[in-house]
Ligand binder design. Sequence first.
Ligand SMILES: [Zn+2]
Length: 61
Amino acid sequence: MKDAEDRPLKGCAVEGRNVIPAYCRCPECGHELEMFSDELDTTCPNCGKDVTMEVCKVNPT
Ligand SMILES: [Zn+2]
């Protein structure tokens, strides 16, 4: 009898982006943000403020 489980294993498709996540706090509302090292700024999902990497660096979690 043949084994029915015959699907190929695929690697994780997320690899390829060589970035480091950084965590900081929104200076406006204190919400914890996750920013990636290839981004220059991000928008706080809580208050909508634009938070740059420079601001992120001085507001670590
Ligand atoms: Zn905020």
